[in-house]
Design a protein around this ligand. Structure first.
Ligand SMILES: NC(=O)C1=CN([C@@H]2O[C@H](COP(=O)(O)OP(=O)(O)OC[C@H]3O[C@@H](n4cnc5c(N)ncnc54)[C@H](O)[C@@H]3O)[C@@H](O)[C@H]2O)C=CC1
Ligand SMILES: O=C(O)[C@@H]1CCC=N1
Length: 264
């Protein structure tokens, strides 16, 4: 039995992925704070929705998907029901395995995960790190759960905040870029729907090329950039506005925020 505690956006994305991966609804328990949310989850997925204590008692694998700010109170609630035979997987930004272990007590195996919302289309990037009492078996269990919904990479926990900034938040940067490019299309007089279509297909095509060609992004960009042409005119403006420096600063700020989250 697997339980997802705090089934909001990320928890539901993971829940839907588990169902698509072939887990049967009766093998999954979810928890939610609001009764309307619990009803919606029952209706959508046919899973059991209980309180946190009940979920922690009945499941061997617990996926904690509450916000970092709600993690301490959730851990206090479930601590009496979790043992060294359980596996606790936390997907919260900034929450260290040490934070979880200290509040659960005992030798509870903890795996820290940072995934992202493309889990909804089985294209997540999930990075995982073992806590002090988590063994190879526990890491494999986490990989088995996450690999049907995307790519999984093991990383040292010291890199988790950076990964949160890069791939956890990453999809938001691309959606932001799409918004900005669509606005540019509007500025040039293009209908919004057509602009969105063009930008979406360009970004999907570019992403697939990047992933499947194995080429370095610089080579792929240079192939688009004709001497004296249109692309270099745009790149010159991006450089003038220091867009690359803005990305460096932005992702560093996200990393710093991830580091702060465990302290509320
Ligand atoms: N949204 C994203 O792209 C990603 C989010 N995360 C992490 O996932 C976690 C959840 O984020 P979101 O899904 O975006 O937030 P959310 O607010 O949509 O989900 C959190 C859910 O937990 C529920 N909750 C809070 N305390 C509870 C309790 N004691 N018992 C039961 N349910 C409780 C809330 O009602 C809410 O539905 C965060 O820790 C975040 O860092 C990680 C990777 C990506
Ligand atoms: O914005 C956040 O804090 C979460 C963590 C990674 C993506 N969303």
């Amino acid at each position: 039995m697997i339980a997802i505690l705090g089934t909001g956006k990320m928890g539901e994305a993971l829940l839907s992925g588990l169902v698509r991966a072939g887990l049967r609804p009766h093998e999954i328990t979810a928890t939610a704070r609001r009764p309307e949310r619990a009803d919606a989850l029952r209706e959508r997925y046919g899973v059991r929705v209980t309180d946190n204590a009940e979920a922690a008692k009945s499941a061997q694998t617990l996926i904690l998907a509450v916000k970092p700010q709600d993690m301490a109170s959730l851990l206090a609630e479930i601590a009496p029901h979790v043992s060294a035979d359980s596996l606790v997987i936390s997907v919260a930004a900034g929450i260290t395995t040490g934070f979880v272990e200290a509040r659960l007590g005992g030798d509870v195996p903890v795996v820290r995960v940072m995934s992202n919302t493309p889990v909804l289309v089985d294209e997540a990037m999930s990075v995982i790190s073992a806590g002090e009492h988590a063994s190879e078996v526990h890491l494999r269990r986490a990989e088995d759960l996450l690999s049907p919904v995307g790519k999984v990479l093991r990383i040292p926990e010291s890199q988790q905040d950076a990964a949160t900034a890069l791939s956890g938040s990453g999809p938001a940067y691309f959606f932001y870029l799409v918004e900005a490019m669509v606005d540019a299309g509007i500025l040039l007089g293009m209908p919004r729907a057509a602009a969105l279509d063009m930008v979406t297909q360009s970004i999907v095509g570019a992403a697939i090329m990047l992933r499947d060609s194995g080429e370095h992004p610089v080579i792929l960009r240079e192939a688009v950039t004709s001497p004296g042409g249109t692309t270099i005119a745009a790149i010159a403006e991006l450089e003038r506005h220091k867009v690359r420096a803005a990305f460096l600063d932005a992702i560093e700020a996200a990393r710093d925020r991830s580091r702060q989250l465990a302290s509320g």
